[in-house]
Design a protein. Structure first.
Length: 181
């Protein structure tokens, strides 16, 4: 199993940040990565990124990706995102599987973040060698995590927005766990 992790809204001073964990079975990883690349070709974009995309592109990307098998776990953490305690709690309760091949986190993280994440993994009996940081260019599946984090955060902040309703409905079918502080 592969887990791709992305956060949205962690630099905001109010509202809630969302943390999205996208779970892919080993035999589904190549299928999802190829689907992301093919969808981007259809949309005539280089790489999907929630914050850089129009509503039409967001809608089509989510529609295409949600045709494939994956599951999602979500955490909402109150901003400002200063306390790592809530983040650690969320990760401890979201990452419960033992058959993990790799955990890939979007973006370069500081040493403190990595140490805390590794401690969580060790406490669960998961090898820290499975933790990797990456960018969405190297891991197309991270673009799915980015999309999901963007969808759930935007929906949480703007539930009456007409643009988000259909997109969130598609994503919500894949969510197995939601944690909120």
């Amino acid at each position: 199993m592969y887990i791709f992790i992305d956060e949205s809204g962690i630099n905001k001073q109010d509202g809630k940040s969302s943390i999205a964990l996208v779970y892919l079975e080993i035999n589904k990883l190549d299928i999802i990565q190829t689907a992301v690349i093919e969808t981007e070709k259809k949309l005539k974009i280089k790489h999907f990124h929630w914050s850089h995309s129009t509503w039409a592109v967001r809608q089509k990307f989510i529609e295409e990706i949600c045709k494939y098998e994956f599951s999602i776990k979500i955490a909402f953490i109150k901003n400002p995102f200063k306390s790592n305690t809530a983040y650690e709690y969320a990760l401890e309760h979201l990452i419960i599987e033992k058959n993990i091949t790799n955990l890939i986190i979007d973006g370069k993280k500081n040493k403190t973040y990595e140490r805390k994440f590794k401690k969580i993994l060790r406490d669960k009996g998961i090898s820290v060698k499975k933790l990797k940081t990456g960018n969405d260019e190297g891991y197309p599946a991270l673009r799915v995590a980015d999309a999901v984090a963007g969808v759930v955060r935007f929906n949480n902040e703007n539930p009456a927005n007409e643009n988000i309703k259909n997109i969130y409905h598609l994503v919500s079918k894949k969510i197995s766990i939601t944690i909120s502080d």
